[in-house]
Design a protein around this ligand. Structure first.
Ligand code: F2R
Ligand code: MG
Ligand code: MG
Length: 307
């Protein structure tokens, strides 16, 4: 088993764990109650739209060997179930695609300027691994192509670039300073650029930064600008800490905990690999075997393609 294989597998599983263990803490009282009912049915930790859409992306990449927008749209629409807790706009958009509207029209019908939610970023890390950081511009183009299917707004796409490029660079043990430099070259929106500047300051801080400070300075909300750099920063800051500490930190940051967990989990997994994941958490993950097999096939394909 190569190092890269372990890291890709680790990132896919850590992202699913971050989603499933973050989900019970997402949102307000009503959302938590609903999730307690839905999530408690199988006796396992149930994952949400974040993992479902990541599965769709991985299966599409394995089938098409590249980002193929029509295939992604079909898979996203086919997999949609309200009970996985999709974003409100995303749910409407996917139902329209299922009814026959093309994604090029559907992606601007709910919000005429496109969605700037974090739903494109939460599923972006696999694209980073698949394309690899060696050909950075090709990677960024592929991420934007995959994201625009549901998130036409540039901020939704910038969030996805932050997560995918970071995951790919972390896989190569790229230093944080260099990751920030590379991200700045590709991020188009002022909001995300500003968030990166704040993250750089926090990552350089001499003392550990408290979760509350991360939430107030980088955000913890459902919009890409309020969660993607947050997850980036947490994943990098805690990449040498045990996975359970990452989960605890994310709970304390609060807000969109499943998605911050999924994105920070992918960054953490790319740094630490599968072997560092706690078995007792994996045992409690819904459809563990299915996710493990998929992650393994995906890692096989990446190793064959790049190495
Ligand atoms: N659905 C959830 N969580 C339920 C909690 C909802 C919460 N009370 C709330 O609405 O704040 N989680 C899942 O959704 C997130 C991913 O969402 P995605 O796929 O980006 O969906 P959507 O609907 O396109 O965007 C999310 C929200 O962002 C705002 N928004 C986006 N674009 C906008 C625009 N152009 N103009 C105005 N608002 C825009 C809206 O409030 C959207 O509902 C993940 O957290 C996933 O776990
Ligand atoms: Mg979710
Ligand atoms: Mg979420």
């Amino acid at each position: 088993m190569t190092d890269i294989h372990d890291r890709v597998r680790g990132a896919v599983l850590a992202s699913a764990l971050g989603d499933a263990f973050g989900a019970p803490y997402e949102g307000g009282v009503a959302e938590r109650l609903l999730w307690a009912v839905l999530g408690g049915r199988s006796g396992k930790r149930r994952w949400t739209d974040d993992t479902q859409m990541s599965v769709d992306v991985i299966e599409s990449l394995l089938a098409c060997k590249k980002v193929e927008q029509n295939d992604l749209a079909r898979r996203f629409a086919r997999s949609y179930r309200w009970s996985r807790g999709y974003g409100p706009g995303a749910g409407k958009l996917l139902k329209r695609i299922r009814q026959g509207t093309s994604w090029q029209i559907a992606n601007r019908t709910v919000y005429p300027n496109g969605s700037f939610g974090n739903g494109g970023a939460m599923r972006a890390a696999p694209i980073g691994f698949f394309y690899g950081a060696e050909r950075e511009r090709r990677l960024v183009r592929a991420v934007r192509d995959a994201t625009v299917v549901t998130h036409a707004h540039p901020a939704g796409q910038d969030g996805a670039v932050v997560i995918a490029l970071t995951a790919a660079l972390v896989c190569q043990d790229c230093p944080v300073r260099e990751i920030l430099k590379r991200l700045r070259l590709h991020i188009q929106t002022v909001d995300l650029q500003n968030r990166l500047a704040v993250a750089e300051r926090l990552l350089r801080a001499e003392h550990p930064v408290l979760p509350k400070q991360v939430a107030s300075e980088l955000g913890n909300g459902i919009r890409a600008r309020d969660s993607c750099v947050t997850a980036f920063s947490i994943g990098l800051a805690l990449r040498e800490a045990p996975f359970v500490r990452l989960l605890k930190y994310i709970r304390e940051v609060g807000g969109d905990t499943d998605t911050i967990g999924a994105m920070a989990g992918a960054v953490w997994g790319a740094a630490c690999g599968y072997r560092q994941l706690p078995e007792d958490l994996l045992k409690r993950l819904e459809q563990r075997q299915f996710l493990e097999e998929l992650a393994c096939r995906f890692a096989d394909a990446i190793v064959q393609e790049h190495f």
